[in-house]
Design a protein around this ligand. Structure first.
Ligand SMILES: NC(=O)c1ccc[n+]([C@@H]2O[C@H](COP(=O)([O-])OP(=O)(O)OC[C@H]3O[C@@H](n4cnc5c(N)ncnc54)[C@H](O)[C@@H]3O)[C@@H](O)[C@H]2O)c1
Length: 439
């Protein structure tokens, strides 16, 4: 990850272009949100970069600057947006269709949203069975498609006058496929692109194009886009940050708060049943069992890693973990999630916890897109490259170096994020030991 203590970070001067493959509910809620905040129409609630603070030094020092004043982050006024989608609608039309934000708010943002039209996408229906659209690139090979994406990126940078770029994948969930030989090295991957290998997903063509140009790439879907040696090798070669995967927004956010509590208090777990109803296009895509499999794999990992059944067999061996997502159109983007958690206390007595989260998917995801765009750009300016584990905080299934298990506990992830920022500034890390107050 290339983290250096007290490193000189290039200032966030000039414009930052945010590239969005996939301009659906999450992407439009993010861009409309930034435009609304810029005009003073709403507050950037949920964004650590915009609203967060960071404690420095001792508790008694009372030194808690705003995060923005502590590390240099691009200003909202300096953000410019571009993206790709298989549907040709501009961002205003796409946001209206997504139905997340009120029409009265969108109408006030019509001009900036209408100005953003999706560039033709790299898409294969074999990877997202439920979708088909007309705004799609043609090319003789997947390498040629990657070159077209690189030309799009270069053109956008020139026309927008952006100094720096970042990519945040907000496209649909692709079907689940294990990495194969073509993903095992950059040379094999490039040969595979030239041969249009079926095992290379469209999202991987985007990741290749971005990372090849040295543009950071964060993956908001559970796709294995950057979780393959080839893209990681390319990220090292071009000194580019990559991060993923799958925005941690609703049920998994709650899970990675409650599970550490059970483990901290050594309460046993018999089973955790999670179910959701969801009616947006993401829900429709996830209604396909092959796309759902990708999501399921991404969602199931958290409990195992947090509870460590191998270390606590009496408490966590063989617990049942079930995750369901049911497509239910009347709810649109307003997902409802239920968790039933069967736990065990003193002397093995059973108890239950029930959680009913009536959330709004894209409202929870949009500030994550913003933070990832700003932090990935920060990481790049700070000379960090490869997998950005310190951004695990934002992901359901955080990427780590192969062989290293991921940290899922939200508060460990938060400490990791804050300490990474302190470290780049050369400040003391906070361990919460607190002995100095009593010396
Ligand atoms: N909203 C959340 O809380 C949340 C949480 C975690 C992950 N995610 C993931 O984020 C992604 C976006 O979610 P959403 O609710 O905005 O979905 P959405 O269906 O509204 O938007 C996705 C868009 O991606 C486009 N697309 C698909 N394949 C593409 C390709 N190859 N190139 C360009 N565009 C492509 C689709 O046409 C669609 O417009 C999904 O993968 C979802 O699983 C969302």
């Amino acid at each position: 990850m290339g983290l250096k203590k007290g490193v000189e970070v290039k200032p966030a001067s000039g414009k930052l272009g945010v590239l969005l493959p996939g301009m659906g509910a999450v992407a439009t809620t993010f861009v409309a949100g930034v435009e609304a905040v810029k005009r003073g129409l709403a507050r950037p609630i949920g964004s650590m970069c915009e609203m967060g603070t960071i404690r420095l030094g001792k508790r008694t020092d009372n030194n808690v600057p705003r995060l923005r004043d502590y590390v240099s982050l691009a200003a909202l006024d300096d953000l410019r947006f571009a993206g790709w989608d298989i549907f040709p609608e501009d961002m205003y039309q796409a946001a209206v269709k997504a139905g997340v934000l009120e029409r009265s708010l969108l109408d006030q943002l019509k001009a900036p949203l209408q100005a953003i039209r999706p560039m033709p996408a790299v898409f294969e229906q074999a990877w997202v069975k439920k979708l088909s659209g007309s705004n799609v690139k043609r090319g003789a090979s997947k390498m040629e498609l990657a070159e077209q994406l690189m030309a799009d990126i270069a053109r956008f940078q020139k026309e927008s006058g952006c100094d720096r770029l970042v990519t945040v994948w907000c496209g649909s969930t692709e079907i689940y496929r294990e990495p194969v030989e073509v993903h095992s090295s950059l040379a094999r991957f490039e040969a595979g692109l030239r041969a249009s290998d079926d095992n290379i997903a469209p999202s991987q063509v985007y990741a290749y194009a971005a990372v090849k140009l040295g543009v950071p790439f964060a993956n908001g879907a559970p796709n294995l886009t950057t979780d393959v040696p080839a893209i990681q090798e390319l990220a090292r070669a071009t000194s580019t940050p990559i991060a993923g995967k799958d925005f941690k927004t609703g049920q998994t956010l709650i899970k990675t708060v409650l599970a550490p509590m059970l483990k901290a208090r050594l309460l046993g777990l018999d089973g955790w049943y999670s179910t959701n109803i969801l009616g947006n296009r993401d829900g429709e895509v996830l209604d396909d069992p092959e796309s759902f499999k990708t999501k399921e794999v991404s969602k199931l990992g958290a409990l195992e890693h947090i509870l460590q059944p191998d270390k606590y067999p009496d408490l966590y061996r063989d617990f049942h973990h079930v995750v369901r997502i049911n497509y239910y159109p009347p709810r649109g983007d307003n997902k409802e999630g239920w968790d039933n958690i069967d736990i065990r206390g003193w002397l093995g007595y059973p108890m239950q916890i029930k959680v009913n989260f009536l959330c709004r998917d894209s409202i929870l995801a949009a500030p994550i897109v913003l933070d990832l765009a700003l932090f990935m750009d920060f990481a790049h300016r700070a000379g960090m490259s490869g997998i950005q584990e310190w951004l695990s905080f934002y992901f359901k299934s955080p990427m780590t170096k192969p062989g290293l298990y991921p940290e899922h506990d939200l508060f460990i992830q938060l400490m990791k994020l804050n300490n990474t920022l302190r470290y780049t500034r050369g400040d003391e890390l906070i361990t919460h030991l607190g002995a100095e107050y009593y010396d």
